[in-house]
Design a binder for this molecule. Structure first.
Ligand code: C5P
Length: 403
C-alpha cells in the first residue's frame, strides 16, 4: 500500500527482452521503500505480461493512453504529476527515437512529456542498433535535455552477439536512481544508529524502551539527501528505513556494537541516535521462564557503550551523540560531550512523554565552545537542520549562535 511518504517511481517498460530484468528492478525498488507504478509500451507487454508487473508492484499496470476505464482512476496527467522519478528500463532504440522527437503517440511517451520529474533511461538493444548514428544522436540529444542514462553495458547479448547494448543490471539502475548526489555531505560516508535495542530475558521476553527510531531514520534520510552514502544500523524500529540507505538490522546492544564496528571503515560521520540499552540480563534463559515464584530478580550487566568506543578510536570519524535527559538538560549533555570526547551532542528533554516515540522534538545541540537551540518541530525538519549544522561544523565553516 502506498503511504504517501515514499519515493514515487514511475517505471516505463519498452519492448526489449531485457524487460525480464525489470521484474527484479521492481522488487528491489519496493525493498528500498519506493512506491512503483508500471507503464508498458505495447511492445513491452509482448515480452512480459502486465499481470507480472501488477503482481510485483502491487498496482494496476497501464499500457494504453486512450483507456477510458483506467483514465477515470488516475488519468495520465495525474500519473505524470504523481511521479517523483521516471525510469525507463529497457529503453529501446525506438523508444529513445520517439522521446528524442518529442512524440506522444502512446501512454509512456505522453507521460515523459507531461512530467516534471527527472527521467532516467536504461538503454537496451542489439549492439548494431546502439552504435547506429541515429541512436547515438538521439542519446546525445536526450542527455542535452537533462535525461540521465545508466548503461548500456558491454557483453553477451540475447541476440547472440557481443558488444555494447546490454541493459544495466537492476542494482546499477537502482544506484543511478537513488544513489548519492550533490549536497553538503556529497562524497561523505555516514553511519547512523537508530531505534531501541531488545535485551532478551528468555525466548519471548526482553528489556526494551519506547524509542521508535524516527529520529535516526529521519537523520539517515536527511544525510542521504545531503549527498552522503548512508548506512543505518537499527534496532527493532517502528518506521521503515529510508529509500537509498543501506540498512543493517541489529536487535541487541552487543549485535548493534558488532554491526557498527564492521561498518565503520572509511566512515566520515558517526551519529549515535539509537536508544541503546545500558544493561542486559546476565543470562538469557533457553526456555520460557515459568511464573512459579512470587518474586523473581533479573541480574543485569552493562552493555558496551558504542558511542564511547567509536569516539575513542584514532583515527575516528566526526562523532555526534544524543542525550536523553529529564533534568538539567544542558548541564548533563555538556558533561557527556566532554566525558565521551564527542564533537557534538544533541540533547532531548524526555520528561513527561516528550521526544521518545513521538513525531516531533526539540533539541539543544552542544559542541566544544558553542551551542544552538532547535525549537519543537517535526523530526524530519529537525533532522535536516541538524545535518546541515553537522556538515558546516565538519567542514570547519562558521556557525552562528555560538557562545
Ligand atoms: O550515556 P548515555 O547513554 O546517556 O549516552 C547517550 C548516547 O550514547 C546516545 O547517542 C546513544 O546512542 C549512545 N549510546 C551508545 N551505546 C550505549 C549507550 C548509549 O552508543 N550502550
Amino acid at each position: 500500500m502506498e503511504t504517501g511518504t515514499e519515493l514515487k517511481v514511475l517505471l516505463g517498460i519498452g519492448g526489449g527482452i531485457a524487460a525480464y530484468k525489470s521484474c527484479e528492478l521492481v522488487r528491489r525498488l519496493r525493498e528500498a521503500g519506493c512506491a512503483v507504478r508500471v507503464v508498458m509500451t505495447r511492445a513491452g507487454a509482448a515480452f512480459v505480461t502486465p499481470l507480472t508487473f501488477q503482481a510485483l508492484s502491487g498496482q494496476p499496470v497501464r499500457v494504453d493512453l486512450l483507456d477510458a476505464e483506467a483514465e477515470s482512476g488516475m488519468d495520465h496527467i495525474a500519473l505524470a504529476r504523481w511521479a517523483d522519478r521516471v525510469v525507463i528500463a529497457p529503453a529501446t532504440a525506438d523508444l529513445m527515437a520517439r522521446l528524442a522527437a518529442g512524440l506522444a503517440d502512446d501512454l509512456l511517451t505522453t507521460l515523459c512529456l507531461a512530467t516534471e520529474a527527472p527521467i532516467l533511461l536504461a538503454p537496451a538493444m542489439n549492439r548494431v542498433m546502439w552504435e547506429h548514428p541515429a541512436t547515438q544522436a538521439n542519446h546525445r540529444l536526450l542527455q542535452q535535455r537533462g535525461v540521465r542514462m545508466v548503461g548500456p553495458e558491454s557483453g553477451g547479448q540475447a541476440c547472440g552477439e557481443t558488444g555494447a547494448g546490454r541493459m544495466a543490471e537492476p542494482q546499477a539502475i537502482l544506484h543511478a536512481l537513488l544513489g548519492p548526489g550533490s549536497g553538503p555531505l556529497a562524497g561523505r560516508r555516514v553511519l547512523i544508529t537508530a531505534g531501541p535495542t531488545q535485551e532478551p530475558i528468555d525466548p519471548v521476553r526482553f528489556i526494551g524502551n519506547r524509542s521508535s527510531g524516527r529520529m535516526g531514520v529521519a537523520l539517515a534520510a536527511a544525510a542521504r539527501d545531503a549527498g552522503a552514502e548512508v548506512c543505518l544500523v537499527h534496532g527493532p524500529i517502528s518506521v521503515a528505513p529510508p529509500v537509498g540507505v543501506r540498512a543493517v538490522a541489529a536487535d541487541t546492544a552487543e549485535s548493534m556494537h558488532a554491526a557498527v564496528r564492521s561498518n565503520l571503515d572509511g566512515v566520515d560521520l558517526f551519529v549515535a541516535a539509537a536508544a541503546v540499552a545500558d544493561y542486559r540480563p546476565r543470562t538469557t534463559a533457553d526456555q520460557k521462564l515459568k511464573k512459579d515464584a512470587a518474586e523473581m530478580a533479573v541480574e543485569l550487566v552493562r552493555t558496551p557503550d558504542i558511542l564511547a568506543d567509536v569516539a575513542a578510536r584514532r583515527p575516528r570519524p566526526f562523532v555526534v551523540g544524543f542525550a536523553a535527559e529529564t533534568t538539567d538538560l544542558r548541564g548533563h549533555a555538556r558533561a557527556k560531550l566532554e566525558r565521551k570526547g564527542l564533537d557534538m551532542i544533541a540533547a532531548n528533554d524526555v520528561s513527561a512523554g516528550k521526544a521518545i516515540g513521538t513525531a516531533r522534538n526539540a533539541l539543544t545541540v552542544l559542541w566544544p565552545g558553542g551551542e544552538r537551540l532547535f525549537p519543537e518541530q517535526p523530526k524530519d525538519e529537525l533532522a535536516r537542520a541538524l545535518i546541515e549544522l553537522i556538515a558546516t561544523r565538519m567542514s570547519g565553516g562558521p556557525t552562528t549562535d555560538t557562545n
